[in-house]
Write a protein that binds this ligand. Structure first.
Ligand code: NOJ
Length: 513
């Protein structure tokens, strides 16, 4: 069962490189995050997810961890992170770190030991074949780079050797079972890393590639799930309020394995992608539901989402995201008016929502060369745009020293530019999240029911006792409701009520009691 504090949680994801640079070296840091906690709170976000901030060679932006127990010098010190936990807690904000359990950097001391020809404590910490010319049964591998005669399996990039949690279906002698002492030792080492940060004030973890642990697992991920259940037992005993959010994308599996929430990931062609990034599914043609007059249907989302929601029922939450450090920013294809409706929808749905830094002001996707293994993701990782000042208020460094360039356009959106404007995207996000915190029926646990999903009508849905109506199109859409509603609690654009006849004007949204 999910930790109770999640029922009203709204997360803010921070890519630490790019949030706020407090010491003028051109890259964001932990003290910078601490300085901006009041801003985060003002949005209505009461929880943070910080991308990996550990020591790393940064070939995959920190998802290649060299030391799980040490904050990367560029972000500060362990003491700074502990101070951030404390300061956040004082303001009622929880903090999740990013846990990378499936692989380390190729520079991690465990791997350096594992590469050695002589057997040692870490020889089986990673997955090695048993002869230098022996490949890895369809898995990506590297050979010819170690004294050790064997090839090692990769979990993602070349710099990320896979940690060894064993195999379920074993076809080769070098594939250890998941209950082998070496596989158990990897799991215990992971628990110790979790204990290390939880005992210093961290509130839990977003877990990277959480489904990737045991290899040759079955489709149900039964063996990987067993590893997580064992970890969850440890948490229940030692840190019962700790939260785990999985990058898994199959809540019927992950939540039963002990995760509190699972992301509805941006997988090409799934329901979530049809809402926002449907151009990726049709070779450039955009039929996204939220794209004004693009002819998208909410049913393509619902068919998939309702299945996920059903699989999650009673076990935890499905997390909807505005975006993340791996996705293209929504502003690439959606206008501000469209984004307001996107957020109105995402922040009034069940589960635990995540807002990616900068999405609240509609930061753009920038076309940039790759940085730290970002490739096409780099354009979604640029510095936060605080004001019209130097480097848009992100850093006092010289522009050429910035981690990534800031949006150079004249109309680059900024926090300061939107702050006083009640119609701005920023103000809309604040209003929506304030409403969510006020109305229990808009929070994680309240029931969801689709009421009208017909074409040429507004999409009408219920959350608990509230009725919500959404019209992303450029025409007024009307529907006769099967029940009475009285007053509108909140509106974007306009909705008119005549008895049970509800008309939602172009690009409008309403929450009705
Ligand atoms: C998923 C993370 O979100 C992504 O940024 C990273 O590159 C891979 N996992 C590998 O850790």
């Amino acid at each position: 069962m999910a930790a109770t504090w999640l029922s009203d949680a709204v997360f803010y994801e921070i890519y630490p490189q790019s949030f706020y640079d407090s010491n003028g070296d051109g890259i964001g840091d932990l003290n910078g995050i601490r300085e901006k906690l009041d801003y985060i709170k003002s949005l209505g976000c009461n929880s943070l997810w910080i991308n990996p901030c550990y020591d790393s060679p940064f070939k995959d932006a920190g998802y290649d961890v060299r030391d799980y127990r040490k904050v990367a010098a560029r972000y500060g010190t362990n003491e700074d992170l502990i101070q951030l936990f404390n300061a956040a807690h004082e303001k009622g904000i929880r903090v999740l770190l990013d846990l990378v359990p499936g692989h380390t950097s190729e520079e991690h001391p465990w791997f350096l030991e594992s590469k050695k020809a002589e057997r040692n404590e870490y020889s089986d910490r990673y997955i090695w074949t048993d002869f230098w010319i022996c490949g890895a049964q369809g898995m990506p591998y590297i050979s010819g780079e170690s004294e050790r005669s064997g090839a090692y399996i990769l979990n993602f990039f070349k710099c990320q050797p896979a940690l060894n949690y064993g195999f379920l279906h074993r076809t080769e002698p070098w594939q250890l079972p998941a209950n082998h002492p070496a596989a158990i030792a990897t799991r215990e080492a992971l628990k110790d890393i979790m204990r290390f940060w939880l005992s210093r004030g961290c509130d839990g973890f977003r877990v990277d590639m959480a489904d990737s642990l045991v290899k040759n697992d079955d489709a149900d991920k039964s063996a990987t799930s067993a590893v997580w259940r064992d970890i969850r037992r440890m948490l229940d005993l030692e840190f019962p309020e700790a939260v785990l959010v999985s990058e898994w994308g199959r809540p019927h599996q992950s939540l039963r394995a002990g995760f509190d929430a699972d992301f509805y990931l941006d997988w090409r062609g799934n329901g979530y992608s049809t809402l926002l990034r449907d151009y990726e599914n049709h070779a450039g043609e955009d039929h996204s539901y939220f794209k004004k007059d693009a002819g998208g249907s909410i049913n393509r989302f619902l068919d998939d989402y309702l299945r996920l929601l059903d699989g999650a029922k009673g076990h935890g939450y499905v997390s909807l995201i505005t975006g993340n450090h791996d996705t293209v920013r929504l502003r690439k294809t959606l206008e501000e008016a469209e984004l307001k409706l996107v957020y109105a929808f995402l922040f009034t749905m069940p589960g635990v929502p995540f807002l990616y830094y900068g999405d609240e002001i509609g930061m753009r996707y920038l076309e940039l060369p790759t940085k730290e293994g970002g490739y096409t993701r780099t354009g979604s990782r640029t510095p936060m745009q605080w004001s019209s000042g130097k480097n848009l208020g992100f850093s006092s460094s010289e522009p050429e020293k910035l981690y990534l360039p800031v949006d150079a356009s004249d109309d680059a959106p900024t926090v300061a530019g939107q702050e006083g404007d009640p119609d701005s995207l920023l103000s809309t996000v604040r209003a929506l999240l304030a409403l969510r915190h006020r109305e229990k029926d808009l929070q994680a646990d309240a029931a969801f029911r689709a009421v009208c999903t017909e074409p040429d009508k507004p999409f009408v849905y219920r959350r608990g006792e509230l009725t919500l109506a959404l019209n992303p199109s450029g025409r007024t859409l009307s529907v006769t409701l099967p029940f009475d509603v009285s007053k509108a609690l909140y509106q974007i654009g306009e909705a008119e009520l005549d008895g049970r006849r509800l008309s939602v004007l172009p690009q409008s949204f309403a929450v009705l009691r």
